[in-house]
Write a protein that binds this ligand. Structure first.
Ligand SMILES: Cc1cc2nc3c(=O)[nH]c(=O)nc-3n(C[C@H](O)[C@H](O)[C@H](O)COP(=O)(O)O)c2cc1C
Length: 169
């Protein structure tokens, strides 16, 4: 029986929302999926495919996803896997923003070369809520004129998930 693990990392919640939308879309087309935070360290042996994603902060994917990929690299190399990445820069879909987001994710996945390469990469805009940021970060972002806003587009996320579903079985 096919069962997909949708595993995500998040700091402020946008990637959780995106992962949950992916899980619902897969279930909606008859592909059972569990949505799990990387911090829960889900058991990969229960699954026949994996969708994994994380946000980018300061040009990097944070350590928890890298650690989980490292710990599960042998199993991941054998399973159909799709990868998505979340960042503010995805709100402008240009070759440059794609390259920056991809490069951050490639570094996180370096233990399993070509992981997710057979399936379209998801690149989704996230959210920056100034009220959730610590004061020094808020200040830094204001000085650097970095944007604040909510660019999460769950219709795009849903369309991507439907597009990859048949390739996860
Ligand atoms: C301090 C900080 C640094 C960030 N750096 C980047 C970045 O380098 N590239 C990018 O595309 N988005 C960047 N973002 C935007 C986050 O990726 C975006 O807020 C994302 O939705 C966070 O995911 P989360 O809500 O799941 O934690 C940054 C956000 C913050 C607060």
């Amino acid at each position: 029986m096919s069962r997909v693990l949708v595993i995500f990392d998040t700091k402020f919640g946008a990637t959780r929302e995106i992962a949950e939308a992916i899980g619902s879309a897969l279930c909606g087309v008859g592909l059972p999926a569990d949505v799990e935070a990387v911090s829960a360290d889900p058991d990969i042996t229960k699954y026949s495919a994996v969708v994994l994603g994380a946000p980018v902060f300061c040009g990097k994917v944070e350590q928890p996803l890298c650690d989980w990929v490292h710990a599960n690299r042998d199993a991941l190399a054998e399973l159909p896997t799709a990868v998505f990445v979340v960042g503010a820069s995805a709100r402008d879909d240009t070759p440059e923003t794609r390259a920056a987001l991809d490069s951050a994710m490639e570094q996180a996945l370096c233990d399993v070369p070509n992981l997710g390469a057979g399936l379209p990469r998801g690149r989704f805009a996230g959210r920056i809520d100034a009220n959730k940021l610590p004061a020094p970060t808020r200040f830094m972002m204001r000085m650097a004129k970095l944007p604040v806003g909510d660019w999460v587009d769950l219709d795009r996320v849903h369309a991507w998930a439907i597009g990859i579903a048949s390739r996860l079985v």
